[in-house]
Design a protein around this ligand. Structure first.
Ligand SMILES: Cc1cc2nc3c(=O)[nH]c(=O)nc-3n(C[C@H](O)[C@H](O)[C@H](O)COP(=O)(O)OP(=O)(O)OC[C@H]3O[C@@H](n4cnc5c(N)ncnc54)[C@H](O)[C@@H]3O)c2cc1C
Ligand code: FES
Length: 588
């Protein structure tokens, strides 16, 4: 008979870590006597970061005493106390390779159901004083698991644990954990896992993404879409290759397009609508190269690529492209990338953009026309005035070729010559309110791109609106929002070279942040260097298992330490556990 050895609780506290502060509830301590277990927490327990931990599906974390013994041997430690692994229940019995998702257990007065394995996060490493712990728990098949509380009640150390129902499919915690994190992801196992209603919605979403990949692109080396949206097919070429500028066209006062072709005239690889190219420019005078990305704005599948650039006041790369580049020049480009691409379906499509954000959605409009789409398509665009309205003729002509298209143009400050009802429909800024008034349909797939202020508010407002879109996808023309779970007081400083003397190692370019710095071996990973520069980063485990830090590696190579549990998609890098092997350009 399995037994509850300890009930461990702890409230979140601020803990110093690597010169920063983490707000975490990972420190749990055993309590004596009966404790009430409620739907969301044991009395006296709490989580510091409710995005990654806690909630109904992750109310109680369980870890086995047999795994304590295992890790004591593996790590050569003898200092473990109950709650050592951040768990609420330390149990004798219930091993991860026997307990199944959906199993139900009665402990004391309460009834529980197994919902998912433990979340892989750096905080267990922080608690254990062993930074690799999150990856070790996965690679050694001993993650522990979460319980949902079906019936609230008192529990106490010493209670017997009685299994009252077996989960359907009989898939163990260790099997499910391996299925998501380890290479392989057998299709049959994925399908089985999705037949377990008790599996938490988060895990179902991840495993469904893996199943979709197995169905649509079997055998393709596309990384792990269950863990990251950065997964995808390999880039069409490694590093940078030369492309020739074959045309330059003005699109508005400040926007101009460059058409690009292979210098030998060979066709360029297909790129899905919405993807971007990255250019490396070499300014005069020995300054470091400028690396910038530009969404493709032309029809996908054309023999040539087209990018459209807004000349920013004092913008280094956009000014260089405008003033220095001529037809016939050859520039270095990294292959098309990005997951902001048009998804197939029958529901309406909203292409919503403002300013220079029109570029990727214009490519999508081209794609819809090329496939003679009968979907309801809405082109919703905001510009300042007619002089700053690129692609006016082109988008209008494309829309006229679609069976079911609607066009709404807003000018925030129409100029004296701009004609209402001809050049634009509405004076004012494009807003979610306006979309409602335009009669935009509910349940559409929405694609949004625009200036920073627009992107800060519009996507969330649209997702929360009565229009209830089926999906809201966004492209950000710069560094994405950081994800730093549990850290307090995260810096909002603009990016900068790290403090101290410049690194003398290989050049590390952060393309989205427009910063190139020298590597210094005192950093243990590219993530640490990025943090020293305040480059926005996303991470969770910091040891190569969760893929939250997976980023585009636009050129160069890296060495891993530790090796990732599953490698990233080709052309990507896990920055938390890698160092540059030479000059690298990162899509960060
Ligand atoms: C995925 C992706 C897709 C993109 N697609 C496009 C696209 O389709 N079209 C496009 O035009 N851009 C696009 N961008 C943005 C593009 O990569 C560049 O960031 C943009 O061209 C500005 O680069 P820059 O070198 O000209 O400006 P930077 O020199 O990097 O300057 C950045 C900003 O600071 C301002 N600035 C610089 N110096 C000064 C100063 N002394 N005083 C005041 N302000 C100053 C500039 O005006 C500019 O707004 C995209 C970015 C990404 C990540
Ligand atoms: S942060 Fe988890 S793999 Fe890098």
């Amino acid at each position: 008979m399995a037994k509850l050895l300890a009930v461990n609780v702890g409230l979140p506290q601020d803990v110093p870590w690597q010169g920063r502060t983490v707000h975490t509830g990972v420190w749990k301590h055993p309590v004596t006597g009966p404790r009430m277990v409620r739907r969301l927490n044991i009395d006296g327990d709490g989580q510091g970061d409710l995005v990654g931990h806690g909630g109904e599906q992750r109310a109680v974390l369980v870890y086995q005493i047999d795994s304590y013994r295992y890790w004591q041997r593996q790590l050569g430690r003898d200092d473990f106390g109950y709650g050592q692994f951040g768990e609420n229940f330390t149990v004798d019995g219930l091993p991860d390779d026997e307990v199944c998702i959906g199993d139900r257990y009665r402990i004391g007065e309460a009834l529980f159901e197994v919902t998912q394995p433990r979340v892989t996060c750096y905080r267990v490493g922080l608690r254990m004083g062993e930074p690799r712990m999150a990856a070790l728990l996965v690679s050694h098949h001993r993650p522990g698991f979460y319980l949902r509380v079906l019936t609230e009640g008192l529990v106490e150390a010493g209670d017997e644990i009685v299994k009252v129902a077996a989960g359907p499919e009989g898939m163990t915690v260790a099997e499910i954990d391996d299925l998501l994190y380890l290479p392989g992801h057998p299709r049959g196992q994925l399908a089985r896992s999705l037949r377990i209603p008790a599996l938490s919605p988060g895990w179902q979403t991840s495993l469904r993404a893996l199943l979709d990949q197995a169905d649509t692109a079997p055998g393709q080396p596309a990384g792990n879409p269950g863990l990251t949206s950065a997964a995808g097919p390999p880039p069409a070429w490694d590093g940078f290759r030369p492309l020739e500028v074959t045309r330059i066209d003005a699109e508005s006062t400040s926007v101009f397009s460059l058409t690009l072709a292979a210098p030998d005239g060979s066709p360029l690889p297909f790129a899905p609508a919405g993807q971007f190219l990255t250019v490396k420019l070499r300014p005069d005078g020995g300054a470091p190269p400028l690396v910038r990305s530009y969404s493709m704005s032309g029809p996908p599948g054309a023999a040539r690529y087209r990018i459209s650039v807004k000349q920013e006041p004092h913008g280094a790369a956009s000014s260089h492209l405008r003033t220095r580049v001529r037809v016939g020049d050859v520039l270095d480009f990294a292959a098309p990338r990005g997951s902001f691409t048009l998804k197939s379906g029958d529901n309406p499509v909203l292409l919503v953009s403002a300013g220079i954000g029109a570029t990727p959605v214009l490519a999508m409009l081209h794609a819809l026309v090329a496939e003679r789409s009968t979907r309801e398509v809405w082109w919703l665009y905001g510009a300042r005035d007619g002089r700053e309205h690129p692609f006016a003729q082109e988008s209008h002509a494309l829309l006229s070729r679609l069976a079911n298209a609607h066009e709404r143009i807003c000018y925030s400050r129409p100029a004296p010559g701009d004609r209402e009802g001809v050049d634009y429909g509405t004076a004012g800024r494009l807003s979610v309110d306006l979309l409602g008034r335009f009669g935009v349909p509910r349940g559409a797939d929405a694609y949004l791109c625009g200036p920073p202020g627009f992107m800060r508010e519009f996507p969330a407002a649209l997702a929360a609106s009565d229009l209830a879109p089926a999906g809201v996808r966004t492209e950000i023309f710069g560094a994405g929002p950081p994800l730093t779970p549990g850290l307090t007081g995260v810096s909002t400083r603009p990016v900068h070279p790290p403090a101290g003397p410049p690194g003398t190692g290989p050049a590390v370019a952060f393309a989205r942040s427009g910063l190139t710095v020298g590597w210094d071996p005192s950093y243990s990973s590219l993530l640490e260097l990025a943090e020293a520069c305040d480059v926005p980063t996303r991470w969770s485990c910091r040891t190569g298992v969760c893929h939250t830090c997976e980023s585009g590696l636009l050129s160069g190579g890296v060495a891993y330490s530790p090796e990732p549990v599953e490698p990233p998609a080709a052309g990507n890098v896990l920055i938390c556990c890698s160092r540059p092997r030479g000059d690298v350009v990162l899509d960060l």
